[in-house]
Write a protein that binds this ligand. Structure first.
Ligand SMILES: Cc1ncc(C[n+]2csc(CCOP(=O)(O)OP(=O)(O)O)c2C)c(N)n1
Ligand SMILES: [Mg+2]
Length: 300
């Protein structure tokens, strides 16, 4: 049973293939929304959005307890996109979940829009303003301590990037989450091995990533971050872990799903909008001609 009294679905088994198929569809749509938004805004960070598409889909469409009609609901699970430059795919997930109309996605980075280049709490469903790397986990620790104080059972999910591990404040948050036994915190590391201007190992090597978190007392899980059953399984394991926070080291590919973007660090930011716009048009055409009418009804 889950916290709302409903039967918990298991990762393996007949019914789970429906769940996986459904989540795969949402992931594809979020990728489309994100690329379209960035192409429309002529600005943004596509590579790091593509690498966490499956992770965000699983969180918003299967795991997190949220209610789009009540974005300020006190018992909602909290989500912090600590790698705030990945905002477009968070906005796509929030819009598709129903926090605001999908039409709003057109306003990314436009004057007057609440869809800023980096997440801001003025957007419905955004729990924390981010963009300055390294701060999200500290904010998550505060939220988890507040939940404990108020005797609420919400969970706190934080997505961090691998270049973000260069930020000292991240490790202050990691140490305090463990010190206070905040088992309601789950961090997902989008470990795509690239950051802004090259490979993380060349810019400033993070060292033994698993060992660093373990040494601070964290429960450490390691998965393929594009494998939906593995993501679901690890998130459920994290929810069941008691006495310590969990980090899921999700091995991913920057730019995943877009041939010219995969593992190309220059696509951290928008490299060539002509190329991206053509790709989005092709993607739109493919989704439109998909036998699954689901996509045709969702395009914008
Ligand atoms: C404190 C701070 N320093 C520098 C930046 C500029 N910056 C934006 S994204 C980025 C690279 C982040 O790499 P990573 O965490 O691996 O993100 P991903 O590969 O998932 O996009 C940098 C250095 C920033 N946003 N905040
Ligand atoms: Mg990275």
């Amino acid at each position: 049973m889950n916290r709302e009294g409903a039967e918990v679905t298991t990762v393996a088994g007949a019914e789970s293939s429906d769940i996986v198929r459904n989540l795969t569809r949402w992931t594809r749509l979020l990728r489309y929304d994100t690329l379209r938004m960035i192409s429309n805004a002529d600005s943004g960070h596509p590579g790091g959005c593509m690498s966490m598409a499956e992770i965000l889909t699983c969180l918003y469409f299967e795991v997190m307890r949220v209610d789009p009609r009540r974005p300020d609901w006190a018992d909602r699970d909290r989500f912090i996109l600590s790698k705030g430059h990945g905002a477009p795919i968070l906005y796509a997930a929030l819009a598709r979940k129903g926090f605001f109309p999908v039409e709003e996605l057109k306003s990314l980075r436009k004057i007057g829009s609440f869809l800023h280049g980096h997440p801001d709490i003025s957007a419905p469903g955004v729990d924390m303003t981010t963009g300055c790397l390294g701060q999200g986990l500290s904010a998550g620790v505060g939220m988890a301590l507040a939940g404990r104080h108020d005797r609420r059972d919400y969970r706190v999910f934080v997505v961090i990037g691998c270049g973000e591990m260069n930020e000292g404040q991240l490790w202050e948050g990691a140490a305090s989450a463990s010190h206070f036994h905040l088992d309601q915190i789950t961090v997902v590391l989008d470990y795509n091995k690239l950051q802004f201007d090259g490979a993380v190992d060349e810019v400033c090597a993070p060292g033994d990533v698993r060992g660093r978190w373990q040494s601070l007392g964290w429960n450490v899980l390691e998965i393929d971050g594009h494998d939906i059953p593995q993501i679901l399984g690890s998130l459920r394991q994290a929810n069941e872990c008691r006495g310590k926070p969990t980090i899921i080291i999700a091995h991913t590919i920057k730019g995943k799903g877009v041939d010219f973007m995969e593992n190309a660090f220059l696509w951290h930011s928008l490299m060539d909008n002509g190329l991206l716009t053509k790709y989005v048009e092709r993607m739109q055409h493919e989704l439109n001609s998909d036998p699954d009418r689901f996509y045709a009804q969702c395009l914008w």
